[in-house]
Design a protein around this ligand. Sequence first.
Ligand code: AMP
Ligand code: GLY
Length: 448
Amino acid sequence: MNVLLLGSGGREHAIACSIAASKQCSQLFVAPGNAGTALLKLSSNKSAVTNVAISPTDFPAIKDFCVANNINMVVVGPEAPLVAGIRDYFESQPSLRKVMVIGPSKVCAQLEGSKDYAKAFMQRHNIPTAAYRTFTTASLKKGIAFLHTLKPPYVLKADGLAAGKGVLILPTLEEAERELTAMLKDAKFGEASAKVVVEEYLDGIELSVFVLSDGKHYKILPTAKDYKRIGEGDTGLNTGGMGSVSPVHFADKQFMKKVEERIVVPTVKGLYQEGTPYKGFIFVGLMAVTNEATGELDPYVIEYNVRMGDPETESVFPRIKSDMVDLLERVWRGNLQQTTLEIDPRTAACVMAVAGGYPGSYEKGHPITGIDQVEGSMVFHAGTRIGNDGQMLTNGGRVLCVTTLADSMPEALLRSYQEMAKITWQGIYYRRDIGQDLLKMIVAKGEN
Ligand code: AMP
Ligand code: GLY
């Protein structure tokens, strides 16, 4: 099978590693890829993985490449090509109809592309989520009146994609009124905030659940927790993600049963019944909220994404032992139910290192040293490139991460940090507290 993977981050390096390990993969191209994907070799025939300089949203260029290189499968890493309709584009082109595109259609991608669409879908299918209403410029007054019915803090969400910045959590009613007005009247997030979802605040612990769906059947992949803020103790600005841990200990059997029954089944079934079967990865961002009556944790959907998470993929994918290309082919053919997912029971801990200054302005092009000293852990590249003299250089805000699989979370974290200490570049920064909140919870529970 000849595979083209779209994307260039740590998520795509991790996906590329799993595809490269498949017995069924005979050629792998990554568009545009990074220095990490360029260094990979396939297990099946030892041939090198090739980066190709094509943007994941340049559909005509992707088409020409697929035809010229006899591509059988296209795996879509980021959301932008999905929201722009890459799957529908392939279906509309006679020369591409046989290519297996792994990722949902444009309609399904609205689950990430429009918060209002996602909320209305959840409401139609009784999927637990925060109570909400959607407003436009014309209904701004009603929006302000609705804010008065809620308790602080106030959650405002730009309807469309806003580069991860479209969600505001505001402590006072005055700020919420001001921001709602800025979003709707002054187009604070451009077209993305032409509609705004105002919703109830959910107090709990977040986690990410991933589902692979073939339209009718599904497999629930390992859970993960990511660390979004730049500073230790979850302080400072939001980033693309500073680390992740998989599995999440509090997502035990009882909790996951609720997730499956209340969220996964109605999501996959609901999309199928509405005539828009979903083929691809569904990322369900959840809040685990303590139910005051039972004392148990109940799952609520915060958001859907129509792709894998980054850096969750860097701790989830190394735990998937099943042949990845076989799984993805089943997604295309609709027979995912005929296979069993094989998962490594160990814990994966991923620590992301970033360029100094990120997520504000930062420099690129600094030489990276020490990757070749890393032992027993995986290094996934995010923003890296190989310079003219063959030197590995930084090429983005999130530069690379180290993931370790170990029998316990403390050991996986310790080893990831030990190996990360061998790597350096000018201005390198990483959080030293990945997983610490979970470890504290485990200790607290043990003492009860
Ligand atoms: P989203 O882009 O919808 O994932 O929102 C970004 C972040 O805002 C989430 O990861 C949560 O930390 C937080 N968030 C979103 N919605 C809510 C909510 N209803 N209650 C509490 N926190 C929320
Ligand atoms: N780690 C969060 C995301 O990928 O959106």
